[in-house]
Design a protein around this ligand. Structure first.
Ligand code: PGA
Length: 243
């Protein structure tokens, strides 16, 4: 696991966008794993700029999002479907049929999840997976626990996650209690992984990511099992990293 520190969130976002642009230019049919949340917003803004000003094309790129709140329809203002269209997809030349985001309202969760995992395999797996990290160490919505579920599944959100995400809803009671998430195995099967973290609130978990052993209590520590993980942090999130 390689840590790279950037002075500012803007610099981190630009560097992440450059890495994605390199991937897509080298392989226009790249399969990208995408994340939601505040963290990748700067990255998505920069990708939109690269598309508009430097001709970066996503016409043949395929994407798979990590997760979606259970019970939220795609047109709900807080759904991750809505987030992705609003913050990225509407502004680039990606084909609708190449976009995959877990449904928050599947009829049969198990069958739906098996099909989601199968689609990832059918396209040859994810080339580059973008991740944020929860203050509790979750990635996607794989929450800390005694065990982690390898494949796509419906998960109970941790209290810390509900509290952290309440800022996007009118009140904490409106935050869905469960979600559909890609599992740890699918994340770890990505060829390359880029984890982004910014802000003081992430400093403790980034510090632990560097020093902790591998534990399901901090799901992000499982990334140590992967050969190609780049962790991009801004100065605030890096403040508890050993030099
Ligand atoms: P954030 O969320 O980007 O909004 O901090 C990250 C996460 O919970 O994975």
């Amino acid at each position: 696991m390689q840590f790279q520190t950037f002075d500012t969130y803007e610099a981190l976002s630009k560097a992440a966008a450059v890495a994605i642009a390199e991937e897509v230019r080298a392989n226009p049919r790249a399969v990208l794993g995408l994340a939601t949340g505040s963290t990748p917003l700067g990255l998505y803004r920069e990708l939109i700029r690269l598309h508009r000003e430097e001709g970066l094309s996503f016409a043949q790129v395929k994407t798979f999002n990590l997760d979606e709140y259970y019970g939220l329809a795609p047109d709900h203002s807080q759904s991750y479907h809505h987030f992705m269209w609003e913050n990225l997809f509407s502004h680039i030349d990606i084909s609708k049929e190449n976009i995959n985001i877990p449904s928050g309202t599947p009829d049969d969760v198990d069958a739906y999840c098996r099909a989601y995992d199968a689609r990832i395999n059918e396209v040859g797996g994810i080339d580059l997976q973008i991740l944020g990290i929860g203050t509790n160490g979750h990635i996607g919505f794989n929450e800390p626990g005694e065990e982690l579920t390898p494949r796509c599944h419906r998960v109970q959100l941790a209290e810390a996650t509900i509290e952290a995400n309440a800022r996007f809803f009118d009140n904490a009671a409106d935050v869905p209690r469960t979600a559909i998430t890609m599992g740890m195995e699918s994340i770890l099967q990505a060829k390359k992984i880029m984890l982004l973290a910014n802000g003081e609130a992430k400093a403790p978990v980034i510090g632990k990511l560097q020093t902790s052993g591998i534990t399901t209590k901090i799901p992000a520590t499982l990334l140590r099992l992967h050969r190609h993980v780049h962790v991009y942090v801004d100065a605030a999130a890096a403040s508890q990293l050993a030099r």
